[in-house]
Design a protein. Structure first.
Length: 84
């Protein structure tokens, strides 16, 4: 049974998950979940460690990957010369 979460909780879960994806390293005790929570998440979003773990369990939709057309729209600007 999947629990329904509020929009703000899902957004906060996405932000917390982004921090964890950036700093967490499996097998490295100085960058385990508890260390990431203590050093990066808790000062920014004060919460208990148990709440932090529950945020990681919230299913979030996958990130939108740009299509080939969307990527090609921005390639035009990358090819332009930069004038000082």
């Amino acid at each position: 049974m999947c629990r329904k979460h509020h929009k703000s909780t899902i957004e906060r879960g996405k932000l917390v998950r982004a921090i964890v994806e950036r700093y967490y390293e499996e097998g490295n005790n100085s960058k385990c979940y508890k260390a990431v929570w203590r050093r990066y998440v808790n000062p920014l979003y004060p919460m208990s460690y148990r709440t932090f773990l529950s945020y990681l369990d919230i299913p979030t939709p996958p990130q939108h990957k740009p299509t080939a057309l969307e990527r090609s729209l921005f390639d035009f600007w990358d090819d332009l010369p930069v004038y000082p």
